[in-house]
Design a binder for this molecule. Structure first.
Ligand SMILES: [Zn+2]
Length: 212
């Protein structure tokens, strides 16, 4: 990471979920890591807003955690700090993976700690078609639930993906991660309409200047 991100209030919308994986979308809540980094999770309620838009937690759980956070803001703030530590650890592991280097041992330890802690929020249950499944305890109202769901998604999902399809957006002041699911595997932008067009406009203007 280049600089400490400044907090920037943000209204999360569909355009913020282009990573193709909830873990990447969570890491992308710090935007512009290759330019002016801004952290869009300004406080604990913002973390819950992100989780709601991400579909990371059921609505009754979100409502219960939101209520509890109003009564216990200090504990909620401490959980937010843990969630952000997890986010930075995931960023380090993603960067390491894409550069074929080892991540910091503290990064792996942070992810492992949250993943282990997450187990209290999961239950093993039968699903309707007779399978046995790991699912979020409907009674869980822990402040760390968002971090735990992400840590669990990283360990059980994201880390098993093909790392040669992991990309960082080539846009200036973006540096979002995404999984390239295109057939040719040549996707360069988090979103063509956002970073792709900006880059194209820049190239176009640069060309015009050299022609003059
Ligand atoms: Zn981008």
């Amino acid at each position: 990471m280049v600089a400490t991100p400044v907090l920037e209030p943000h209204v999360f919308g569909p355009q913020d979920f282009v990573g193709g994986d909830p873990v990447l979308d969570f890491v992308n809540t710090v935007t512009g890591r290759n330019g002016t980094p801004r952290d869009w999770i300004v406080d604990y309620p913002a973390l819950l807003d992100w989780a709601e838009k991400a579909g990371a937690l059921p609505s009754h759980t979100l409502a219960a955690v939101r209520d509890r956070a109003q009564r216990e803001p200090r504990d909620a703030a401490a959980a937010l700090a843990r969630a952000k530590a997890l986010r930075e650890a995931l960023f380090d592991v993603l960067s390491a993976s894409s550069q074929a280097r080892a991540p910091a041992t503290t990064s792996l330890a942070t992810i492992q700690r949250e993943w282990r802690a997450s187990h209290v929020a999961y239950v093993i249950a039968m699903d309707d078609d007779g399978g046995v499944d790991l699912r979020l305890d409907p009674a869980a109202v822990d402040f760390d639930l968002v971090a735990w769901v992400i840590a669990s998604a990283a360990v059980h999902g994201m880390f098993h993906r093909r790392s040669d399809r992991l990309r960082m957006c080539a846009g200036a002041d973006c540096a979002w991660w995404f999984i390239d699911t295109s057939k040719a595997g040549r996707r360069r932008w988090c979103d063509m309409a956002v970073c792709g067009n900006t880059a194209k406009a820049k190239r176009f203007n640069a060309r015009r200047k050299t022609h003059r």
